[in-house]
Design a binder for this molecule. Structure first.
Ligand code: MYR
Length: 178
C-alpha cells in the first residue's frame, strides 16, 4: 500500500519506469542521429533540459510549498530530497557543499536503466538533460547556475554526479504598469 502524499507526488510513478527510460533513450538516440556528433548532442540535451526546467519549477513550487532557502546548501537539500523525489521518484545525496557550489549524487538513475554506452559514445553525457533541468529551474528562482555531469555510472563511476555552481543571484524583474 502506498502512503498518501508520497506516491501522489511522483509523476514518474504514473508511467511505467521502463517506458520512461526507453523514451529518454529514444530521444538521446534521435539527437545523436540528427547532430551526428557527441558534443553537439550533449549541448542539445542540456538545452532541452533547460526548457523543461523553466516550466517545471512552477509545479515544483506549487506542490512542494518550500520557503525561501537561507543558503545554497539548503537549496541543494530541497532539490535532492524534494525535487528529485517529485519528478524522478528517487532522492539524491548532497556532497561537497560550499557557499556557491554543491554536487548531487544519484545512487540510482531512472533515466538510464538498462543503458550501456557503445565505445564510440564514451564521452556522451547521456544524463545531461538533468543538468539543463536544474539550470532552467534555478534560473526561475533567480539563481544563475552552471551544472555539469562530473561522474556517470555509464562511464564506469560508482554514482552519477551533477556539480552545480552558483554564478550569480539575479535581480528580480518588476514590470511597472504605469
Ligand atoms: C530556494 O532556494 O529558495 C528554494 C528553491 C528550490 C528550487 C528547486 C528547484 C527544483 C528543481 C527540481 C529538479 C528535479 C530534477 C529532476
Amino acid at each position: 500500500m502506498r502512503r498518501v502524499g508520497e506516491a501522489a507526488f511522483s509523476k514518474v510513478e504514473k508511467i511505467n519506469s521502463e517506458l520512461f527510460s526507453l523514451t529518454y533513450g529514444a530521444i538521446v538516440t534521435q539527437l545523436l542521429k540528427d547532430y551526428e556528433e557527441v558534443d553537439a548532442t550533449n549541448t542539445q540535451l542540456e538545452k532541452m533540459g533547460y526548457n523543461i526546467g523553466v516550466r517545471l519549477i512552477d509545479e515544483f513550487l506549487a506542490k512542494a510549498q518550500v520557503g525561501n532557502c537561507g543558503n545554497f546548501g539548503e537549496t541543494a537539500e530541497v532539490i535532492a530530497k524534494v525535487g528529485f523525489k517529485m519528478f524522478l521518484g528517487i532522492t539524491a545525496e548532497v556532497v561537497g557543499v560550499s557557499e556557491k557550489e554543491f554536487s548531487l549524487q544519484l545512487p540510482e538513475n531512472p533515466l538510464a536503466e538498462f543503458v550501456e554506452l557503445p565505445e564510440q559514445y564514451g564521452s556522451l553525457a547521456y544524463n545531461n538533460m538533468l543538468c539543463g533541468v536544474l539550470r532552467g529551474a534555478l534560473e526561475m528562482v533567480q539563481m544563475r547556475v552552471e551544472c555539469s555531469l562530473t561522474k556517470d555510472a555509464l562511464w564506469g563511476d560508482e554514482v552519477t554526479e551533477i556539480r552545480v555552481v552558483l554564478k550569480e543571484m539575479m535581480e528580480e524583474e518588476y514590470v511597472d504598469d504605469d
